[in-house]
Ligand binder design. Structure first.
Ligand SMILES: *Cc1c(COP(=O)(O)O)cnc(C)c1O
Length: 857
């Protein structure tokens, strides 16, 4: 580990959001740290490794959560508020240590304590593995929501799967993506607590016996679900909620038949088979792959979670003495279940199965309860992303659920017939069962029919749901359809990742924005304050220099920190149009080559993101970007005017390093394809300007900041629709624009890879003949828009004003706002800024939140 840079420590000490390091707290942290090093890690300082120090610190910080965690759960038990259950197959949490210290206000104390022990806290933080149990936006949204639900004092639980392997680590080797398994639990996870005493059985396969009234699912194979709990601290309110992730565990009886055959060793070895269910996260973003193991994962999570929910409902302090309660009449008043996409949509037939087959309710009563309890969030309109499970798979693995789905469908189609008599085509369109080709269950249709609320994740996306893909359902039940524009937590995405900016803001307007992000509006009055602009510029420059040294260290590339940092980081997908970005920097390169002495606003273009391992075109896009980068970066004519950097292994932790250093954010999906985007919001909050299309939340960002503060280009959704109707011919654009033609010809002819000139022919072919995302139609406007951005960048003061306007108008995009809307408009619970009382032990941090209290709403 490097020597402690005194200046870094001194600088961090000045940052007030990190919490004041009181002597008493520092002494206590040191004591606890040393105790953990000794008793938990079983090391002394002669043999301790940096990782031992990280674990000792993590355990020290964890200790501060324990009393709050227990007391929060006691509080819920005593007061029995309505519980909110967030069901998600993904939680993209990233690191926990620094976030926990921030939320409980002990960053300063821990930093000082480590310093006094001769350790640099940033080195220790860097040892923590990301919890990468997500692919991209959907999983990160779930993580931001947990933070906001705890901060808003909701009695909320996140339920999911404890994948042994999260999203793969991406290596770029010779310009090619190579995947490595993410063995994130290798050194142990200090934040989780296994709860073997709450292990639950989950059934698969078998058959349905119909004896009299009740159906019985018999001859099933059992897999156990072992819960692991992680604490979710709210921001300085003494609330600690629970994220409960399930791990698959073989029952002791598993494959006992082998044992009877005498093959004991085989029987024990085969226990692994059942435990494969929670082995690995499927690495697809916005893509449905109908694999049996994935279906098992989805049901495994849902079945374990629903048993847990019902156990908690039945064991409620009030419920246990209340016969009405146990009759489930009050279930929807006490329980809300939010489905994060259709991935957990089997919760609907599973709840019906429990209520009808096990609890003995009538179908009608059970259906009423189930609908009132469940709500569904849609995250995409891309047809390849919608889950449609083959009937034969469900029949084999979940035979009773298939029957229940058929019954739901029969009754649903009866309703449709009543409302729209004689409309046969509508019946076909609205059926949960798709009959064309292989019979499949449309999970979105199931989720809509079985939920009392259906929401999209940005205004435009929610409108498209109503007008387009779920039009029939909207006409039948308009009252179900809502919008909940996504948000991000300002704690991680500003206070934690950009402490310099956070502190500059605190200096001017105080700390209230941390929980009331709208307060950032107050920064508008400093736009004409030269001193403030200077501070904003300095912070950005420092962040850029920090990223530049990271890029030099990691990739050996020197970048010009005076150049514009132009960044596109997100999963690689054709609809996100990284290729359009690529066409732009090829165009810039060609212009430099054509006229090397012409003025040019220097740029460093950075692109990062993982391609799904089976997504050929996404991997080609990475190859092309790297090939073009090699040519541009090694051309002496280009010099430091233009550099292209591929950011390897983009993940939450890298996002935290990259976003604070961005000048320009690329959000360039084809209008109508990106449901919301949340990356766009992170950049805005960190004072980057956006170059983007009128898609997803970009539209609402523009509304908030005013069109003069954002670089918008390209077709609107309506114009895309119009083009689709007229018929898109890429060749028209190719033939009309000589610069575009040159780019495509270079890609096609092997200009960027003379050793393998045919390598990118297929890319050119897609662009010209099979492009579903109309890149060439937006090319010219994109180039012009980028020119406007370049021009503006030369005017540092105007640029800075725009950046401040961006920050000042990002209040809407706090996930606290999003969650408040879910709470009031879907879950029927009221957010509260009230604090729970601070625990009396440990007493170290009691005064760390400095009297700023309870602006009770
Ligand atoms: C926010 C985030 C995303 C989502 O980015 P989009 O640009 O909205 O697709 C994906 N990955 C990581 C690591 C993130 O932090």
């Amino acid at each position: 580990m490097s020597a402690i840079p005194q200046s870094d420590h001194e600088r961090r000490k000045q940052i007030s959001v990190r919490g004041i390091a009181q002597v008493e707290n520092v002494t206590n942290v040191k004591k606890t740290f040393n105790r953990h090093l000794h008793y938990t890690l079983v090391k002394d300082r002669n043999v301790a490794t940096p990782r031992d120090y990280f674990f000792a610190l993590a355990h020290t910080v964890r200790d501060h959560l324990v009393s709050r965690w227990i007391r929060t759960q006691q509080h819920y038990y005593e007061n029995d508020p309505k519980r909110v259950y967030y069901l998600s197959l993904e939680y993209y949490m990233g690191r926990t240590l620094s976030n926990t210290m921030l939320n409980i206000g002990i960053q300063g104390a821990c930093d000082e304590a480590m310093y006094q022990l001769g350790l640099d806290i940033e080195d220790l933080e860097d040892i923590e593995e990301d919890a990468g149990l997500g692919n991209g936006g959907l999983g990160r949204l779930a993580a931001c929501f947990l933070d906001s639900m705890a901060t808003l004092g909701l009695a909320a639980y996140g339920y999911g799967i404890r994948y042994e392997y999260g999203i793969f680590a991406q290596k770029i080797k010779n310009g090619d993506q190579v995947e490595e398994p993410d063995d994130w639990l290798r050194f142990g996870n200090p934040w989780e607590k296994a709860r073997p005493e709450y292990m639950l059985p989950v059934n698969f396969y078998g058959r349905v016996e119909c004896t009299g009234e009740r159906a019985k699912w018999v001859d099933t194979q059992i897999v156990f679900a072992m819960p692991y709990d992680s604490p979710i601290p709210g921001f300085r309110n003494n609330v600690v909620n629970t994220m409960r992730l399930w791990s698959a565990k073989s029952p002791n009886s598993f494959n006992l038949r082998f044992f009877n055959d005498g093959d004991y060793i085989q029987a024990v070895c085969d226990r692994n088979l059942a435990e494969n269910i929670s082995r690995v996260l499927y690495p697809n973003d916005n893509f449905f792959e109908g694999k049996e193991l994935r279906l098992k994962q989805e049901y495994f999570m849902v079945a374990a979670t629903l048993q847990d929910i019902i156990r908690r409902f039945k064991s409620s302090k009030f419920g246990s003495r209340d016969p009405v309660r146990t009759s489930f009449e009050t279930f929807p008043e006490k329980v809300s279940i939010q489905l994060n996409d259709t991935h957990p949509a089997l919760a609907i037939p599973e709840l019906m199965r429990i209520l009808v087959d096990i609890e003995g309710l009538t179908w009608d009563k059970a259906w009423e309860i189930s609908c009132k309890t469940c709500a569904y969030t849609n995250h995409t309109v891309l047809p390849e992303a919608l889950e449609r499970w083959p009937v034969h798979l469900l029949e084999r693995i979940l035979p009773r659920h298939l029957q229940i789905i058929f019954e739901i469908n029969a009754r649903h189609l009866e309703e449709v017939t009543k409302r729209f008599p004689g409309d046969i085509d509508r019946l076909r369109r609205m059926s949960l069962v798709e009959e064309e080709g292989e019979k499949r269950i449309n999970m979105a249709h199931l989720a809509i029919v079985g939920a009392h609320a259906v929401n999209g994740v940005a205004k435009i996306h929610s409108d498209i749901l109503k007008k387009d893909i779920f039009k029939d359902f909207y006409e039948m039940n308009p009252e179900k359809f809502q919008n909940k524009t996504n948000g991000i937590t300002p704690r991680r995405w500003l206070a934690l990742c950009n402490p310099g900016l956070a502190d500059a803001i605190v200096d001017r307007i105080g700390e209230s924005w941390l929980t009331h992000l709208d307060e950032l509006k107050k920064l508008s009055s400093f736009i004409n304050d030269r001193g403030f602009r200077r501070t904003i510029q300095t912070v950005k420059q420092e962040n850029k220099m920090k990223l530049a040294s990271y890029i030099l260290k990691e990739y050996g590339i020197t970048i010009n920190t005076a150049s514009m940092f132009d960044i596109q980081v997100k999963r690689i997908h054709e609809y996100k149009r990284q290729l359009l970005n690529c066409l732009h920097f090829i165009t810039m390169y060609n212009r430099i080559k054509r006229n090397p002495s012409a003025p040019f606003v220097p740029r460093t273009v950075m692109i990062g993101g993982k391609a799904a391992p089976g997504y050929y075109m996404a991997k080609q896009i990475i190859r092309l970007i790297c090939a073009v980068a090699r040519v541009i970066n090694n051309d002496p004519v280009v010099g430091d005017k233009l550099k292209i950097v591929y950011l390897e292994n983009y993940r939450v932790t890298l996002a935290e390093k990259v976003i604070p250093a961005a000048d320009l954010s690329q959000q360039i999906s084809t209008a109508g394809t990106e449901a919301s985007g949340t990356g766009n919001m992170k950049f805005m909050l960190n004072g980057a300007l956006t170059c983007g299309t009128l898609d997803g939340a970009n539209i609402e960002m523009r509304e908030e900041m005013g069109p003069e503060n954002i670089f918008i280009f390209g077709m609107t959704v309506e114009e895309v629709e119009e083009l689709k109707r007229k018929g898109y011919n890429a060749w028209d654009y190719y033939n009309k624009n000589s610069e575009l033609k040159q780019c495509i010809d270079q890609i096609n002819s092997g200009f960027f890879n003379p050793h393998n000139p045919d390598q990118f022919k297929d890319v050119a072919n897609v662009l010209l003949n099979h492009d579903r995302f109309y890149l060439l139609a937006d090319y010219e406007d994109y180039i012009k828009c980028q020119e406007r951005a370049s021009d503006m960048y030369t005017n540092t003061e105007e640029w800075t004003k725009m950046a401040i306007n961006n920050i000042a108008s990002s209040g809407k995009f706090s996930s606290d706002r999003t969650i408040s809307e879910y709470a009031r408009e879907i879950w029927g619970v009221e957010p509260s800024w009230e604090k729970l009382p601070a625990p009396h032990e440990p007493k170290e941090e009691e005064n760390s939140t400095e009297g700023k209290k309870n602006d009770k709403k």
